[in-house]
Structures are given as structure tokens and as C-alpha cells.
Ligand binder design. Structure first.
Ligand code: MG
Length: 331
């Protein structure tokens, strides 16, 4: 009943000031006659709003019932003043919109059954990799079937010459993505040459064209911070380092809002990325400045829908693995 600040203020003030009252009761009368409730305690400011029943229609009017009181004349004057403002309060309530005026009943959200365990795909997810095959993936270079390896339910980056990055057959615009990755326990190297890979949230060309969410061993490995794991490469600095040690599985949960372009190719709205790394928020609705660039300042290039791409980075460290990849397209 945030619409009754004057009334609540009066009650609050009255509770603290009328020490001469030894017993008093409050009652709330709902004007459509559907409800009558009373309380032996004076409602407190901020709590009075919760004492009514939900869904009651019509305005409400509080009445104060006082008995067994010993009042000095000045306090009687106060009570009289309170009663005098009653009609004004009632008028204020009558002009207050009903709570139903701000209730939305449609469209009803679709029912989605969550995964049985944390990280498991919900019922409306598109499964991009479940450990069995690479049917959803192709070479980013020539769109031939992906030639990465499957080992123990995970796909392993194939760093053999000529293989390169892989990307989804499907194209996406806005989506929620879950992907798990593991730096090998015996990883070697340092800086950008230690478990480097990447999730291109939109692949806009062969090679490393697109928008890269960096994958790297950042457990105890110093590098430029806008190039560590959790960074949108060379653009964002993750809000935290949530790395697990090599050999442990890690997860990214991403909300990708693709950029929008005008018909002449100019930017209409930038891209945004929100990233949770092992459940820790590391990119908070981050606005990208354009596609990922290794050298130079990023800029946008118009596209509509794009695949999701995984990087076979050229560093000599042991290849990393991915598993449990699913996506939910957003309306
Ligand atoms: Mg990378």
C-alpha cells in the first residue's frame, strides 16, 4: 500500500506519541466488503502494506478502535485531528489505481524443464555437443565435416596442420550458451601460449574472424588482462579470475546479444555479452566495440546470423577439450 504514505506516517507517528493509550486495536476494512481484518498491533511503517489480502479489489480504509485509555486533553486533540483527516485519506485511496492495473497476464512464458543437474541442457536447448559426435560442427575454413577428436566424451582440439577452427552448422543471432572446457593437467607454456583457445560468439569469417571469448589457462599464468580467460579478447577485462587449475573442467555461461545493422551496413546497435565463468559473473552486459582484432582497434562489419566457432590456436601447448555444449535461441 505504498500509495498511502500520509496514512502510514500518521499511524507511525501516533504509535510513538500516544503513550497514554494502554490498549488499542487497528482494523482494516476493504471497501468492497470482501474482507475484514484486524490486528492487536499497530501496523508499522513499511509493514502495513503487507497486512491486507492479495487480490482484494477496491480501496482500503483503516479504522482505529481505542479503548481503556487515559488521555490528556492535548492527546484528545490529536485523536480528533486524526479523525478529521479520515475523509481526506479515504479520498486519496479512492483515487489510487488498483494493484491489478500493473499486473501482466500475457504472454505466458513457455514451460522449460531445467536439466536434471547443474549445467545439463534444459528441454528447449539445441544440443551442439553431447560427447558422441561432431555432427553439428564443420571446418570454419571450408565447411567440410569437423576433424577434431572425440575422447572420453569430450572433443579435443586438433592442432594438426590444415585442420584449424571448427564452427556450428547452424547460425544464430541472440542466444544463451553453455560450454565446458578443460585445460590439460600437463599443460606447458606461458602467457598466450598456454592452453589458448576461444569461443567465437559469432563467426563472421574464416580463421579468427568474429567475436572471441578467450579460453586460456589463467590459473597461474600471467598475461595481458584483456587477453586472459573470461575476456572478450582485447576488449573486456573480466571482473574476476574464476580459473580452476589445469585438469579440472570449467564452464562458460554466456548471453550474447548480436549487433544490429542498418540496411546500408552501418551500426544500428552494438553487441553485448554477459559471461559467467564457473558461475562467477566476469562480463556484465559488456558492450563490444566491434569484431575481435589481434592488432588494431576493433570495428563492426555487418552480418545477420552467424555460427559459433571454436579456436584451434597455433601455440604449441597441449590441446584443450570441450564438452556439454548447448544453446538456447532468444526471441
Ligand atoms: Mg584464443
Amino acid at each position: 500500500m505504498g500509495s498511502l504514505p500520509v496514512y502510514r506516517l500518521l499511524l507511525h507517528w501516533q504509535e510513538g506519541k500516544l503513550a497514554g493509550i494502554r490498549d488499542f486495536r487497528y482494523a482494516r476494512y476493504v471497501t468492497d466488503g470482501a474482507e475484514w481484518r484486524s490486528s492487536s498491533r499497530a501496523p508499522q511503517a513499511g509493514r502495513a502494506a503487507n497486512t491486507g489480502s492479495r487480490g482484494a479489489s477496491g480501496g482500503a480504509l483503516w479504522c482505529m478502535l481505542i479503548s481503556t485509555m487515559t488521555l490528556q486533553p492535548v492527546k484528545l486533540l490529536v485523536i480528533a485531528s486524526l479523525l478529521a483527516v479520515g475523509p481526506a485519506i479515504a479520498a486519496q485511496e479512492a483515487s489510487t489505481p488498483n494493484p491489478q492495473a500493473t499486473e501482466a497476464w500475457s504472454p505466458v512464458p513457455p514451460v522449460v524443464t531445467p536439466g536434471a543437474t547443474m549445467g545439463a541442457p534444459p528441454s528447449d536447448a539445441i544440443i551442439l555437443f553431447d560427447g558422441r559426435n561432431l555432427n553439428e560442427w564443420v571446418s570454419a575454413q571450408d565447411h567440410t565435416p569437423a576433424r577434431w577428436l572425440i575422447r572420453d566424451g569430450a572433443m579435443v582440439v586438433n592442432k594438426a596442420p590444415g585442420v584449424g577452427n571448427i564452427e556450428t552448422r547452424r547460425r544464430f543471432r541472440d542466444y544463451q550458451l553453455h560450454i565446458e572446457w578443460r585445460i590439460p593437467a600437463d599443460v606447458t607454456g606461458s602467457g598466450q601460449a598456454r592452453g589458448n583457445s576461444g569461443v567465437f560468439l559469432a563467426s563472421t569469417g574464416p580463421g579468427d574472424g568474429g567475436y572471441e571469448l578467450q579460453v586460456l589457462d589463467s590459473y597461474s599464468n600471467s598475461t595481458y588482462v584483456n587477453g586472459m580467460a573470461g575476456s572478450l579478447y582485447k576488449q573486456s577485462i573480466p571482473l574476476a579470475n574464476a580459473a580452476r587449475r589445469p585438469g579440472r573442467w570449467q564452464a562458460y555461461d554466456v548471453v550474447w546479444t548480436a549487433p544490429r545493422f542498418n540496411s546500408d551496413g552501418s551500426l544500428k546497435r552494438p553487441a553485448y555479452a554477459t559471461v559467467f565463468w564457473n558461475g562467477v559473473l566476469v562480463d556484465d552486459h559488456f558492450e563490444l566495440k566491434g569484431q575481435t582484432l589481434y592488432i588494431g582497434k576493433p570495428f563492426y562489419k555487418a552480418y545477420d546470423e552467424a555460427p559459433i566457432k571454436l579456436q584451434a590456436h597455433g601455440d604449441p601447448s597441449q590441446p584443450i577439450s570441450f564438452r556439454n555444449i548447448w544453446v538456447r535461441e532468444l526471441p
